[in-house]
Design a protein around this ligand. Structure first.
Ligand SMILES: [Zn+2]
Length: 340
């Protein structure tokens, strides 16, 4: 039986999802990779009529949308007969693919490179998919385009006590970026997560991804690499999805930090923890408690900083969280939501 391309696209991700990496929130779950069937845009290259006889299907790029917001991600598929390997090129970065559900897939980010505080400029960019056919090493390329649309990131002014402010030293940031680059820089092909990312904390969101930041009254130089949950010290932190622990240690700015690898170049990081309950190499389930909220590293108080990295860039998968139903109130009664 030959699947229609629409059916094929929908078969690539778990039941109830279409091929799109976006984020939305219902109840307590962050849905990573979710556009419900019938609600999301149709595949641009969709052709529902099956050919009368099984013919060789030529390679084709599969996208659900040709736009992505600053800080977002999109999924690229390459389908066709006889393809041996494929990789995606976008904005001078090359992304490996993994074979799944009848297509070579890549998660492609439009966020801030790990170690950078810059978002990509809005505009239309070429998207290339390079591939080889079985038994033929001739490099081939298909081209498309993706438009990055602007996101309105808020600006915040943060003041730290003098002792904590010593962590603003660029040398420490450089040291940390090298550690993060090692942990976030690998690509393990199988996608380990299954449909939904769960909230890592039951607390309310206290700061969004991408907020621009001024420190100690200085110019706006920072950019928030993740999402803050206003949880009190000691509250449990949950794994957002099934994954493997690749790091659990103290780093200068993010404090005690856990990084989980979810496959396909997607990672989650849990920062400023008071306790780490897992060790590198360990597999964890979605929702499994992996540590406790704390105030280690560069913080204005206890909270959970949670970040998502895809393809080597910090991205937003929690857009819209603030406008949705909040979590629990802080147990310590603090009115101001600590952050960083
Ligand atoms: Zn944060």
């Amino acid at each position: 039986m030959t699947l229609s391309r629409r059916a094929l696209l929908r078969s690539l991700v778990p039941a109830g999802s279409a091929l799109a990496l976006a984020a939305c929130v219902e109840e307590d779950a962050v849905h990573f990779s979710i556009a419900e069937p019938g609600e999301g845009p149709e595949p641009l290259l969709d052709q529902t009529a099956a050919p009368p006889a099984r013919a060789q299907e030529p390679p084709a790029i599969r996208l659900l949308s040709r736009t992505v917001a600053q800080g977002g991600t999109f999924l690229v598929g390459l389908t066709g007969d006889g393809i041996a390997s494929a990789e995606v090129e976008f904005r001078d970065w090359v992304y490996p693919t993994a074979w799944e559900g009848g297509a070579f897939l890549a998660v492609v980010p439009a966020g801030q490179v790990v170690g950078s505080t810059a978002q990509p400029s809005p505009g239309t960019y070429p998207l290339g998919v390079r591939f080889e056919l079985e038994g033929d090493p001739t490099p081939r390329t298909l081209q498309s385009t993706i438009a990055i649309t602007p996101t309105n990131f808020p600006v915040e002014y943060l003041t730290f006590d003098p002792q904590t402010a010593t962590l603003l030293d660029p040398a420490l940031t450089e040291q940390e970026v090298a550690i993060l680059g090692d942990a976030y820089g690998t690509f393990r092909p199988p996608r380990m997560w299954d449909g939904f990312f769960v909230r890592p904390s039951r607390a309310s969101i206290s700061d969004v991804y991408g907020s621009r930041r001024s420190y100690q009254g200085g110019p706006v130089t920072g950019s928030h690499s993740g999402v803050d949950f206003g949880a009190a010290a000691g509250q449990p932190v949950a794994a957002a999805a099934y994954g493997r622990v690749v790091m659990g240690r103290r780093v200068p700015v993010r404090g005690n930090m856990i990084i989980l690898d979810h496959g396909l170049g997607v990672f989650t990081g849990y920062c400023h923890l008071s306790e780490i309950w897992v060790a590198p190499g360990q597999a964890v389930r979605a929702g499994e408690q992996i540590g406790a909220v704390g105030a280690t590293g560069l913080v204005t108080g206890a909270h959970l900083h949670w970040e998502v990295v895809a393809g080597g860039q910090h991205v937003d998968v929690a857009g819209g969280l603030e406008s949705r139903r909040g979590g629990e109130q802080r147990a310590d009664g603090q009115a101001h939501a600590p952050s960083v």
